[in-house]
Write a new protein. Structure first.
Length: 179
C-alpha cells in the first residue's frame, strides 16, 4: 500500500489485521444528511475520506448501490453511482488481496503471529449491522478477492516449498554420492 492509499483501504486493512487502533473510524450514521453526490464526488473524483463516510452511512451506501444497478443507465445519477460504487468495491477487493497476501505469506507460514489471522468481525465494525444488497456486495467482493488470492498464493507457497525441498534433497544426494 502506498502512502496515498484511500482511507477506506487503510481502514479495511488495519481492521482486518488487528491493528484497528491505527485508523479511527467516524461514527456510524444511521440518520445521515440528505443524500447528494457532491458529498462524495468532486469533478468525478472521490473527495478526501468520502469512501469511509459512504460506508459509515448505510442509507447512502444502499442508495448509491441501487442507482448503480439501475436498468435505465440514463436515470439521473446512475453514471455517478456506478463510478462511486465502483471505487468503493475496488477498495474492498484490494483489501481482500492485501489480507490474503499477509495471511499466506511465508512469514505467516513460519510463525503464527497475531496479524496472520484476519479478524473478520472488522467488516461489521466498518459497515455496521446493515445487510442491504450494497453491503452484501461489498462483503462478497472482499471475500472473493481474499479467496482467489489465498488460493493462488497457497499454490505459489507450495511450489516454493517443493522447490526448496528439491534443492535440499539434490544437494544431500550429491554429497552422499560424492562422499
Amino acid at each position: 500500500m502506498s502512502l496515498r492509499a484511500p482511507l477506506l483501504a487503510l481502514a479495511l486493512i488495519s481492521l482486518a489485521t488487528a491493528c484497528h487502533d491505527d485508523v479511527p473510524l467516524p461514527p456510524l450514521e444511521e440518520e445521515p444528511p440528505p443524500f447528494a453526490f457532491s458529498l462524495y464526488l468532486e469533478d468525478g473524483q472521490l473527495r478526501p475520506n468520502a469512501d469511509v463516510l459512504l460506508v459509515r452511512r448505510p442509507k447512502h451506501l444502499e442508495h448509491v448501490y441501487v442507482l448503480s444497478r439501475a436498468e435505465d443507465k440514463e436515470e439521473p445519477g446512475s453514471a455517478q453511482a456506478v463510478r462511486l460504487f465502483g471505487i468503493i468495491e475496488a477498495e474492498f477487493k484490494a483489501a481482500g488481496v492485501y489480507v490474503a497476501n499477509q495471511v499466506v505469506s511465508p512469514r505467516c507460514a513460519a510463525v503464527e503471529l497475531p496479524d496472520c489471522v484476519p479478524r473478520w468481525s472488522f467488516i461489521d465494525e466498518l459497515l455496521g449491522p446493515g445487510d442491504g444488497p450494497g453491503s452484501r456486495r461489498l462483503r462478497q467482493a472482499l471475500a472473493n478477492s481474499f479467496e482467489t488470492t489465498a488460493r493462488q498464493r497457497g499454490m505459489e507457497n507450495t511450489l516454493v516449498l517443493a522447490t526448496v525441498n528439491v534443492l535440499l534433497t539434490r544437494g544431500m544426494l550429491k554429497r552422499e554420492i560424492s562422499g
